[in-house]
Ligand binder design. Structure first.
Ligand code: AMP
Ligand code: MG
Length: 349
């Protein structure tokens, strides 16, 4: 990556103020940003992405001090501010009653707005320089994996965005934790790098609840209804108990163009597959954080390399593992190894 010229950020900020679309890095994924107070610019974001109009955008602000410029004062706003004081800048998005300056197109007609203070220095400088809140979904066509490098964003959006700012590969790699707040309860609408346990540990007196069914629109995060995070290849989740099944279906594995995402650990049941098909495409990682960081890029690469199936080990539900599990479940549509084996023709012996 060539270092970013500060003049590029100044020019991009001008583009934002003039109603243009700027692709910029955050620590989670790349965003496609517009002036959050400009309804016409926000409409263009939905058009360019092919995003369903009922999926609201996250509004990015430069610091927690700016929360009250986009949210309405009140108890929820106070609790949201308390959370942001602990976790911002960072990968947490709070849903609060919206201020009048945020047009309905940004919030998909809701009277609440989702707000985040990103940590990536380029994002922060861009928002400060633009001096307006920036509404930004991920910088990809709707339905594709979110981009975690500038190359992925360019490949997806091409000249439909007015400007691109390169901030290097994203550090976290999956989208922010989205929470709603009421009373002393923080409800996780979408899991991310900041977990329920992190929230309870860092903000004593606050209870963090996991929304019962994250795909249920009544839980208040409409975007989760939509198809998301899916590569073209079939993603299949493998559990530790699947090792012996995998060892018994060597012929099937030989006949498919299988790619493996493997923990660098002999206990990973996919290490058995690696022994069976040594020329399989493999992506290796040490822990859930590393897998999350690269996941969307791996999906995109493996698609372009023609993989038809991506086998991944289901991570443990701790720390970022919970969010990773959520994204893998969306990517696989819940397909288990048994489902996959049932769905393919009997192998020729
Ligand atoms: P994306 O920009 O694609 O990462 O998605 C933004 C996420 O934030 C989606 O899951 C939305 O449902 C969620 N979100 C945005 N605004 C709101 C809101 N006002 N209430 C609840 N969830 C929201
Ligand atoms: Mg997205």
């Amino acid at each position: 990556m060539t270092p970013l010229d500060p003049a590029d950020i100044v020019a991009a900020a001008r583009t934002i103020r003039e109603g243009g679309l700027v692709v910029f890095p955050t620590e989670t994924v790349y965003g496609l940003g517009v002036d959050a107070t400009n309804a016409q610019a926000a409409r263009r974001v939905f058009e360019v992405k092919g995003r369903p109009p009922d999926n609201p955008l996250i509004v990015h602000i430069a610091s927690t001090d700016r929360l009250r410029s986009v949210a309405q004062p009140g108890a929820s706003c106070d609790l949201a501010e308390h959370l942001l004081r602990r976790f911002a800048p960072g990968p947490i998005t709070v849903v609060v009653p919206k201020a009048a300056c945020i047009p309905g197109v940004v919030t998909a007609g809701l009277d609440t707005v989702a707000v985040r203070v990103p940590r990536h220095p380029v994002a922060r400088r861009l928002i400060e320089e633009a001096d307006v809140p920036i509404a930004a979904p991920s910088a990809n066509r709707s339905g594709e994996p979110s981009p975690t490098t500038i190359a992925m964003a360019r490949h997806s959006l091409g000249d439909r965005a007015d400007r691109y700012l390169d901030g290097g590969p994203c550090d976290i790699g999956i989208e922010s934790t989205v929470v709603s707040v009421a009373g002393n309860v923080v409800t996780i609408l979408r899991p991310g790098a900041i977990s329920a346990a992190d929230i309870e540990r860092e903000t004593p007196g606050i209870t963090a609840a996991r929304s019962a069914d994250l795909s249920d629109s009544s839980t208040g995060s409409p975007g989760l209804r939509h198809r998301h995070y899916q590569p073209r290849a079939r993603v299949v989740e493998v559990t530790d108990g699947d090792r012996s099944i995998l060892e018994s279906v060597a012929t099937v594995l030989h006949q498919r163009n299988v790619a493996l995402s493997i923990v660098d650990d002999a206990r990973d049941p996919l290490s058995a597959v690696r022994a069976i098909i040594p020329d399989a495409r493999v992506r290796e990682y040490r822990d859930a954080a590393e897998c999350a960081r690269h996941l969307y890029r791996w999906f995109t690469e493996l698609d372009s390399e023609g993989a038809d199936t991506i086998l991944v080990r289901r991570p443990e539900s701790v720390g970022i593992g919970e969010a990773l599990r959520d994204r893998l479940c969306r990517a696989s549509g819940g397909t288990t190894l048994a489902d996959w084996l049932r769905s393919i023709p009997e192998p020729l012996e």
